[in-house]
Design a protein around this ligand. Structure first.
Ligand code: NOJ
Ligand code: MG
Length: 600
């Protein structure tokens, strides 16, 4: 379908001629496309969603009891961050036993019950897989420590001799994503300092040696363990890190960008105050620890395992901070993973031209390998978009916000976050939502240092605030000891006072609330099958407007207008509004507002 007729919009600031471009940038998917090509998946951060036993930490029985919230929200699936046995040095991303549940979260029986209840409610369940590293308390690492240098046990991890006359210097110059050296020296059985082991993250997260067949076999068996329990897929942690460049050469990069963290400089002004042209990392330089070609063969083997479970498809979703997009989409070639988070969209500024460019290039890159794009705006590693967008567009992204940093404009951030989500959910492909964003939750931006638990905070002596601000327990009700999070007053991170205002019970059934907006967006996205539609840009609006149509032969065309400019903009006369991220003003779309309209 092409629409070439020009529509003249009568506008208080002068008439506009808007017209759909003749060629879509992305063609519609098959209407019966596999579920994951269009699914909206809700991320649960188990520590912070719902606490059944009142110890202040969320748990699996808590999750099970709250699942009806997600059924009512209208998502297709959940992804849970790790709940496996773990000393919790990195909030569960340090796994000591991949086949068991940590007692703080419950038991294997609780996991089975959670999976069964989710399925009863029509929700698929994705669990986290953490293959790059284990906990240092994993039996294999403990065995490696006691077996000593040269042993078969040490081969499963990345042990090396140090440099320098007495091996006193780390084997290379790699830095940990969390700050400090990526190597730690062990004390050998004779009581003397000995070999070093690699940890791209915390010292309590030793990296596996993925060249070792036993490591590969072990993870294939772990995948089967969870597939046999009924999970529908895996989100793969640090998917681009498993294989390191042969010989482990020094890197030229000063600071890794694994989580998109800004370059770290002790003397720098706070990130939020830096000018737009502050030095950024040169992504064209390939780094010896990330995105090595050898990782792909691992995922091809995993895909074969998942496919052996038949349909509906069980899926893999890559957490791969890889640039450029041509390399990132290699993870979603048809014999590898199904999805990869679109972090270019997450990191894009609130600038219409940037968004248009990233949407176009993302769809084209994904189309080049036949994959859907997987949109995302927030997760447990980044400042929530309701806070991030409360800074001036173009402000470099920060790793947490502390009380001494410039503070986001909360009302503006929320308004833009609602508009950004409405734009995201109108796009073809899949999308991830992070718990609490359906409430419009801001980050905790004034958490006292003594509560902070992200290892990056301690490892950089507080120079990096870290990710605790986006991990605060959910407010379910305005009253109650922990805002309905659990039966006790305790919460593992303090809830800011303002969270009461955002509680689920304050928003449910309230017209115009963020929760009701998300429900309306998700219901209409499903009804109109926007996830499998085509995308065509609409010309004629000013440069600070993102305007597109989402089309399909099976239903009416949907016009999406996101106004990032100051002046309100008009809609075509024959456009019927379906949902808007905020109230229209005299029929016009005001600043920082997104509208979906049927445009037949
Ligand atoms: C990415 C996870 O999302 C993050 O939370 C974690 O710290 C690192 N990987 C290390 O596992
Ligand atoms: Mg608990």
């Amino acid at each position: 379908m092409t629409r070439s007729a020009t529509q003249t919009l009568t506008h208080p600031l002068g008439d506009l001629e808007v017209r759909e471009e003749t060629t879509p940038v992305h063609a519609a998917d098959r209407p019966d496309a596999a579920w994951w090509r269009q699914a909206v998946i809700y991320q649960i951060y188990p520590r912070s969603w719902a606490d059944a036993d009142g110890d202040g930490i969320g748990d699996l029985p808590g999750i099970t009891s709250r699942l009806p919230h997600l059924r009512a929200l209208g998502v297709d699936a959940i992804w849970l961050s790790p709940f496996y046995t773990s000393p919790q040095a990195d909030a569960g991303y340090d796994v000591a036993d991949y086949r068991d549940v940590d007692p703080i979260f419950g038991t294997l029986a609780d996991a089975d019950a959670m999976i069964a209840r989710a399925h009863e409610l029509g929700l698929k369940v994705i669990v986290d897989m953490v293959p790059n590293h284990s906990s240092d308390e994993h039996v294999w690492f403990q065995a490696a420590l006691s077996a000593g240098p040269g042993s078969a046990e040490r081969e499963r991890y990345m042990f090396r001799e140090g440099r320098g006359e007495h091996g006193e210097l780390p084997p290379n110059n790699w830095e940990s994503v969390f700050g400090g050296a990526a190597w730690t020296r062990v004390t050998e059985a004779d009581g003397l300092p000995g070999q070093w082991y690699l940890h791209l993250f915390d010292p309590k997260q030793p990296d596996f040696n993925w060249e070792h067949p036993e490591v590969r076999a072990e993870f294939e068996s772990i995948l089967r363990f969870w597939l046999d329990r009924g999970v529908d897929g895996f989100r793969v942690d640090v998917a681009h890190g498993l294989i390191k460049q042969q010989g482990l050469p020094d890197t030229e990069e000063e600071r890794t960008v694994m989580l998109g963290h800004a370059e770290h400089d002790d003397d720098a002004t706070p990130a939020a105050a830096q000018p737009e042209d502050a030095p950024r990392i040169d992504h064209t330089k390939r780094s010896p620890m990330w995105d090595q070609d050898g990782v792909h063969e691992v995922y091809r083997a995993w895909r074969r395992i998942l496919e052996s479970y038949g349909t509906p498809d069980r899926i893999l979703c890559a957490e791969a901070w890889v640039e450029p997009q041509e390399r990132a989409v290699k993870y979603v070639r048809s014999d590898e993973m199904h999805q990869a988070f679109n972090f270019d969209f997450l990191t894009s500024s609130w600038i219409a031209e940037d968004l248009k460019a990233v949407i176009t290039s993302s769809l084209q890159a994904a189309d080049s390998v036949g994959a859907p794009s997987t949109w995302v705006l927030s997760n447990h590693d980044v400042v929530r978009h309701a806070s991030r967008l409360g800074f001036a567009p173009g402000t470099p992204r920060m790793n947490g916000i502390s009380a001494t940093d410039p503070q986001p404009d909360r009302a503006l951030g929320l308004r833009r976050a609602r508009a950004a989500t409405a734009l995201m959910l109108s796009l073809p492909g899949g999308a991830y939502i992070y718990q609490g964003e359906e409430l419009g939750l801001p980050d905790s931006t004034d958490m006292p240092a003594e509560f902070r638990q992200d290892p990056t905070f301690a490892r950089t002596n507080g120079a990096e605030t870290g990710r605790d601000g986006c991990r605060v327990p959910m407010p379910w009700s305005a009253d109650g000891p922990s805002l309905g999070f659990g039966p006790g007053a305790n919460t593992w991170l303090p809830q800011p006072d303002v969270y009461a205002h955002y509680a689920v019970d304050q928003q449910e059934g309230v017209a115009g609330s963020t929760l009701e907006l998300y429900r309306a967006l998700l219901a209409n996205r499903r009804r109109l099958s926007l996830g499998t539609g085509s995308l065509t840009w609409v010309d004629g609006y000013a440069a600070d407007v993102v305007a597109l149509t989402n089309g399909s032969d099976q239903r009416e065309r949907v016009l999406v207008v996101a106004n990032l400019g100051d002046a309100p903009v008009a809609l075509p006369e024959d456009a019927e509004v379906v949902v808007a991220s905020g109230p229209l003003e005299d029929g016009l779309v005001p600043s920082d507002t997104t509208v979906w309209a049927i445009w037949s």
